[in-house]
Write a protein that binds this ligand. Structure first.
Ligand SMILES: N[C@@H](CCC(=O)N[C@@H](CS)C(=O)NCC(=O)O)C(=O)O
Length: 244
């Protein structure tokens, strides 16, 4: 059995506060691959010190893309069956845009924006005992600010950050058009990825210009609802809470 490690689900409106965790879990559900979940508040136990990570046959593997590569070989998981080389390349390109740029705008809306930070801080650090609950969020926020700076997006003005995010969302909306899914009438890995990120932007009660921009695209909202129904109707895994 595959054991999937993810953050505890502390943010209402999304299956998980980490869009990469939702993406991977959605891909497992679409592929009918059985798994169980272990909730870990701290990603340090993973090989890349990030979630999601999995334990398969006693080995821990990190990074959603590398995990999916492994499952392609080990379990024959291929959600992109039927896509030709060009469509697979388009899928690859749009997933990288979502994960390597849009993601950071979402992070900005939660960790830099005072409104977002005041909402997520008590939820993300709820499991910490009192003195740490005061100190750790401050340190974690500093680390995230350093990452945003290293990425480059943290060097832009607020207006520039959200304009870049809005442009990514407009491109995704144009790519989706009137189709139920990004590449036609059945969901592929790109849809699992888009769902992981959109449900995290649209779902939680965290107002931001990014959320407003997403809500301005009716087809993206409908895609999130459609994928949400598919996600919810799939078989539910067993859940474990990590030992403290
Ligand atoms: N490329 C990775 C990205 C995973 C990632 O960025 N996870 C975030 C949560 S959304 C994380 O664990 N961050 C903790 C950290 O960077 O310390 C993947 O696809 O799994």
């Amino acid at each position: 059995m595959i054991r999937l490690f993810q953050f505890p689900s502390t943010l209402k409106g999304t299956p998980n506060a980490s869009p990469f965790c939702v993406k991977l879990e959605c891909a497992l559900r679409l592929g009918g691959i059985p798994y169980e979940i272990e909730q870990v508040p701290n990603p340090a136990g993973g090989p890349k010190h990030k979630v999601p990570f999995v334990e398969i046959d006693g080995a821990r593997i990190g990074d959603s893309a590398l995990i999916l590569d492994l499952l392609a070989t080990r379990n024959g998981l291929d959600l992109d069956r039927g896509l030709d080389a060009r469509k697979r390349a388009e899928s690859h390109a749009l997933q990288r845009m979502i994960e390597e740029r849009l993601y950071w705008v979402m992070v900005y809306s939660r960790w830099v924006e005072p409104t977002g930070w005041n909402i997520v801080r008590p939820l993300f650090f709820a499991s910490l005992p009192w003195p740490m609950r005061r100190l750790v969020p401050r340190m974690a926020r500093k680390t995230v600010l350093r990452k945003l700076d290293g990425h480059g997006i943290g060097r832009h003005s607020r207006e520039e950050v959200f304009a870049l995010g809005a442009r990514d969302l407009a491109a995704l909306s144009d790519l989706l058009g009137d189709n139920p899914f990004l590449f036609g009438d059945r969901p592929t890995l790109a849809d699992a990825t888009l769902f992981g990120f959109l449900v995290n932007i649209i779902g939680p009660d965290v107002p931001s210009p990014l959320k407003d921009a997403a809500l301005g695209h009716a087809n993206l909202v409908a895609h999130t609802e459609r994928m949400g129904e598919i996600f919810a109707s799939a078989r539910q895994p067993r859940r474990f809470q990590a030992a403290a």
